[in-house]
Every structure is written in structure tokens, then in C-alpha cells.
Design a protein around this ligand. Structure first.
Ligand code: TXA
Ligand code: MG
Length: 412
């Protein structure tokens, strides 16, 4: 990928028209996270290639351009958060609806203060959460200083979502830029989030709108941060989107229930009707995380099957696939599941292991990777077997339910 060091504005001349075409190739720079350490918040580089990559990324960002970069959750598509026109580019590049607010990424607590009203004092719950989970995969809603944070970033909300990522490349990039970065996941709107640089390149590299991508390897968590709102008067912590920080870990951090209860969206509470109907509020109106081929969720053990379309015997499913025309189908399942054992090596099936059933962190880490790699290998559809809806499995199931157009109950 290092060979793609080109950014070529092209001027095309046709007989009657002359127009500038933003025919830009995405430049990919390797940036080894293991070569970056920190002294306080200042990055120290043991590899000159990484230092040069960060410095080039900072140049792009300060000129109002976008840079895709790795975080420990998924790759992000970053712009300086306080630069409204740069942040606007994020929306056009992703094809993102303008009513979907962006997460702002910081590398220090003083950067956080710069986004919030001077009079704001965090609650004891927030203080405990920041101490435990930052840097890391937890995003908190704060009241925004609306004189500083552009409304394009908050989508007109009075709050701003903030996260301090742990990935050394993300942290170094923010610290070296000296400014908070707005960054959604670096995929076109509606598609699975990228967990490797190659995923970003295949998706946004074709838009001609992404000049620079930092390749920092594979994301360790593999799905997005947990988004929480603890600003309500009742002292509860509302999980708007489950993610890398598990609900169990959040509850354990709050410890004493008197400090606050943890409530999960759609399990323990709903938002008001207008927010619930919005296409973007952790909502179900549009499909999210969906590859270019249909996805079906297979329930194999749970009792709560959320309106699955049909109940079928495993034999019937295998027969339907056999008779279902040319091409192969993908199966993502725990490798110790009976379905996986049966499909593995079978002619019509291409299997992708989600790790062992008890290892929910691995299932979460491999979810987007599996959807994207099976799609790339040309399967005609993808079946994903359920995992337990707890710990990292809660976020896994949240994403699969949104990616899947249909679901089936399988009798094994
Ligand atoms: O792990 C992550 O969170 C990744 C990496 C790049 O940091 N970012 C990410 O961003 O997943 P995005 O844009 O794909 O998801 C942001 C989520 C959306 O569901 C959005 O609606 C919600 O956060 N969000 C952002 N600001 C909000 C706000 N002020 N109020 C409510 N929800 C907000
Ligand atoms: Mg996203």
C-alpha cells in the first residue's frame, strides 16, 4: 500500500467543456503504533516513518482536509472538530445524513475543557467513568460550548459526544495536531465499520475525497465505542449504543447502585418519539453496518428471537443453500458451533470463525472483518449465528440486528 503515494488533481479537457476533476488517489502511510510512546501527553517516536506519517497527517488536518486513522475500536475519518467546513467534508465523503452528530476525539482533559462551558463540573459518575475508561472505548455526552463547537458536529444538539481514544496513533495524531478531532467511523454511511486500513481504502478510497490514510494495523476491539448519556436529572447512565466498554464493566465501575443505574437503550428505556423515529439515533429506521450482500441472523439457542421470520430445521437450511443457485454463501459462527462444523469445508459454504462461543470479545473483534471479507470473496449472502447477548456480545448482537434484513430460528 505504500506505493500509492499519489494525490493527483486532474484537469480534463473535452472538446466543449473544461472541468477540474477531484481525481485523487488516497495516500496510505504506515504508522506503527508500537513505535509511539508518550511523555505526559507528548508523543515520542522510535520510528522516523511513524513520525513523518503523523506530521503529514497534521499538515492535512490543519489545511482543513480529512485523514483516516486507526483507533482501538474502528478506523475513524477525522477532521479538526472546531473547523466547521472541514467537519462538513466528513458528511459529504461518507454520504452521512446531516442530522447524525459526530464524536469528538481528545487526547487530554484540557482539550475536553475547551469544548465545554467554563462553568461545567462533571458529576461523580462521569468522573469515575473517565478515570476508569479513558483513554478507551467509552464516549460520554457533555453539554457543549456552542460558541466553540460547530453545530454541524453536534447536529444542532445542545450536547457534544466526546471520547479519548487509547490507540497510540490516534492519541499521537490528536496531540500533535493540538486540536480535538471529529471522527465518525471511516466507512460510507450504512456500511460495516472498517477495522483495517484495507477496508477504508476499498470503501472511501474510491470516492476521491480521502487524501490520506494512516495504516496502524488491525483494530483490537473491532466495533465502536459505547455511547452513554449521564446528563439526565434522575442520575441514571443511559447506554445509547452498546460498544467496546461493556455494560457489565460500566455497572461495576459505578459499583454502588446509589451512584447511578445503567440503562440500555431498547432493553430498559426508549427515547422520546421524535428521537426514536430519527434515522440516526441508534435507531432502526435505516439499515446500518450492512455489506453489499444480504445478511441473515440465525438464532440457534435464545428464547428471545425478536420476530424471526421462520423456524427451520438445520437440514432444511442446508438443503435450501444447496438448491439455491450458483455461488457460495458465507457463514459467520463460533467455531465450536454445530452449524460451523457442518458448513466448514462444505462445497457451497464459506465459513468465517468468530472464535470460541465463550469468547465474546473475539466475536466482537471479528464481526465487521467477517462481513467485509466474505463480501469481498463474492458470497451471495451471509448468515451470522447469534452469540450470547451479554458483555461484548451485547454490542455484537446490536450491530448484527441492524445489518440483517431477516432472521431465522434454526432447530439444530
Ligand atoms: O468507536 C467509535 O466511537 C468510532 C471511532 C472512530 O471513535 N466512531 C464512531 O462514530 O463510531 P460514528 O459517527 O460512526 O458513531 C457516533 C455515534 C452515532 O450513533 C451518533 O448518533 C452518536 O454517536 N452521537 C454523537 N453525538 C451525539 C450526541 N450529541 N447525542 C447523541 N448521540 C450522539
Ligand atoms: Mg459509524
Amino acid at each position: 500500500m505504500n506505493g500509492l503515494f499519489t494525490f493527483l488533481p486532474l484537469r480534463l479537457r473535452l472538446p466543449h467543456v473544461s472541468f477540474a476533476m477531484a481525481a485523487a488517489t488516497t495516500r496510505v502511510l504506515k504508522c506503527d503504533p508500537e513505535s509511539i510512546t508518550f511523555s505526559d501527553d507528548k508523543p515520542i517516536y522510535s520510528d522516523p516513518e511513524a513520525e513523518k506519517a503523523i506530521s503529514s497527517a497534521v499538515d492535512h488536518l490543519t489545511q482543513g482536509q480529512l485523514v483516516a486513522f486507526p483507533t482501538e475500536t474502528v478506523y475513524g475519518l477525522g477532521a479538526i472538530a472546531l473547523d466547521a467546513s472541514a467537519a462538513t467534508r466528513i458528511f459529504s465523503t461518507k454520504g452521512r445524513p446531516s442530522d447524525n452528530p459526530l464524536i469528538v476525539h481528545i487526547s487530554s482533559l484540557s482539550m475536553l475543557s475547551s469544548l465545554l462551558p467554563a462553568s461545567y463540573i462533571p458529576s461523580p459518575i462521569y468522573t469515575a467513568l473517565m478515570r476508569k475508561f479513558w483513554p478507551g472505548p467509552l464516549t460520554l455526552l457533555f453539554p457543549a460550548d456552542l460558541t466553540r463547537v460547530p453545530s454541524i458536529v453536534t447536529a444542532g444538539h445542545p450536547t457534544v459526544a466526546v471520547r479519548m481514544p487509547a490507540h497510540p496513533v490516534a492519541r499521537a495524531l490528536i496531540a500533535a495536531t493540538g486540536a480535538p478531532l471529529a471522527a465518525p467511523s471511516a466507512n460510507s454511511s450504512g456500511k460495516p465499520s472498517p477495522t483495517r486500513a484495507a477496508h477504508v481504502l476499498r470503501d472511501l478510497g474510491t470516492t476521491g475525497r480521502l487524501p490520506l490514510l494512516l495504516d496502524g494495523g488491525t483494530c483490537a476491539i473491532g466495533l465502536e465505542s459505547t455511547v452513554v448519556d449521564g446528563l439526565g436529572d434522575d442520575g441514571a447512565l443511559r447506554v445509547l449504543r452498546p460498544g467496546g466498554a461493556t455494560v457489565e464493566a460500566l455497572a461495576a465501575t459505578l459499583g454502588d447502585p446509589a451512584l447511578g443505574r445503567v440503562l440500555v437503550h431498547r432493553r430498559d428505556f426508549v427515547l422520546d418519539k421524535r428521537e426514536e423515529d430519527a434515522p440516526t439515533t441508534a435507531g432502526m429506521k435505516y439499515r446500518h453496518y450492512a455489506p453489499g450482500v444480504p445478511v441473515t441472523l440465525l438464532y440457534t439457542s435464545s428464547t428471545n428471537t425478536d420476530g424471526a421470520a421462520r423456524r427451520v430445521a438445520a437440514d432444511t437450511l442446508f438443503k435450501e443453500v444447496e438448491d439455491g443457485g450458483a455461488g457460495r454463501v458465507g457463514l459467520m459462527a463460533p467455531e465450536d458451533s454445530p452449524l460451523f462444523a457442518r458448513a466448514h469445508g462444505a462445497q457451497r459454504w464459506l465459513t468465517f470463525s468468530l472464535g470460541r462461543r465463550a469468547d465474546l470479545a473475539t466475536a466482537a473483534q471479528r464481526l465487521f472483518e467477517g462481513l467485509l471479507s466474505l463480501e469481498e470473496q463474492g458470497v451471495r449472502c451471509i448468515y451470522v449465528e447469534e452469540v450470547a447477548e451479554e458483555r461484548e456480545g451485547l454490542a455484537f448482537m446490536n450491530r448484527v440486528k441492524k445489518a440483517a434484513g431477516t432472521s431465522l430460528c434454526i432447530d439444530l
